[in-house]
Design a protein around this ligand. Structure first.
Ligand SMILES: [Zn+2]
Ligand SMILES: [Zn+2]
Ligand SMILES: [Zn+2]
Length: 276
């Protein structure tokens, strides 16, 4: 299983879209290395997790053919995870020679509502009919393009069922953002499903800053890893990555990588490819 981080920043990006703080100015001096766009991960070139406004830039920057993506999992409706307006361009005279004419989008009810609102004005019937939306809730199990997907409840935002994903094929990936440390039931469910995670990708918006009610810092990541180990979901074979960094955390590559490594994690960066 090949996992590629296309974006590793929180909602505002790094450098942040309207910011001139010292961290953002430092990042802007070496964009080739420091630019973190909004979070997105591509699995095996065909299963996408989240669709931020930077998806188009990701396609150009990393040579990704977005038309080859048949299945899209969406964690929640925040704009940095789901920029639905873009889908009006997926067909008709705006796209030719697409590898996969059909797209299946999986997300919670709020994501579905954002999809409808965002495409209502401009979606052509011949584009919309090739996009199917599947409403998800926590504790579900389904198959998407040969991957088995489990949905779990995050701790993130009121009024919406933000989802964590467990994705299984020959290997198993846990995708854990956006979220604060989550309930004991999540670990119990994963154990009951016999999950053995080869790779765990965790929200680390806060990095070495104070804990948050909606996101994690490195101490929270340590807590989650400890729980996963206690429940037998992870083991010595598991790789741990942290991502979704806020500009407030000064996530310059050297700093983020050094801090993460001191806890036994790898700090992801835009373009990073991991094989498990
Ligand atoms: Zn986010
Ligand atoms: Zn800034
Ligand atoms: Zn969010």
């Amino acid at each position: 299983m090949k996992l590629q981080y296309l974006g590793t920043a929180a909602a505002e990006g790094f450098p942040a879209v309207f910011c001139n703080c010292e961290h953002c100015r430092a990042a802007a001096r070496d964009l080739a290395r420091e630019w973190r766009s909004r979070s997105q991960v591509l699995i095996d070139g065909r299963l996408l997790i989240d669709f931020p406004p930077d998806s188009y830039a990701h396609a150009l920057r990393f040579g990704v053919d977005l038309s080859a993506v048949r299945h899209l999992l969406v964690t929640h409706s925040h704009t940095d995870h789901f920029y639905a307006q873009e889908f009006v361009n997926r067909g008709y005279k705006f796209a030719a020679g697409m590898k996969e004419p059909r797209l299946d989008i999986y997300g919670n009810e709020e994501v579905f509502s954002v999809y409808r609102e965002s495409t209502r004005r401009e979606m052509r019937a011949e584009v919309g009919e090739n996009i199917a939306f599947h409403v998800l809730h926590p504790w579900q199990k389904f198959t998407a393009g040969g991957y088995e997907v489990l949905t779990l409840p995050a701790v993130h935002t009121a009024g919406e069922e933000t989802l964590l994903f467990c994705i299984r094929a020959d290997k198993t990936v846990l995708y854990l953002n956006d979220t604060a440390p989550f309930s004991e039931e999540v670990y119990a469910f994963l154990r009951a499903e016999g999950v053995r995670a080869d790779l765990v990708s965790m929200d680390c918006t806060q990095l070495d800053r104070a804990a948050s009610k909606r996101h994690m810092n490195l101490q929270d990541n340590v807590f989650v890893r400890q729980k996963l180990l206690e429940y037998g979901i992870c083991g010595p074979y598991t790789k741990y990555y942290v991502t979704h960094f806020s500009h407030n955390s000064a996530p310059l590559r050297d700093r983020a990588e050094r801090l993460a490594a001191s806890y036994g994690f790898c700090a992801a960066h835009d373009g990073l490819t991991v094989e498990v």
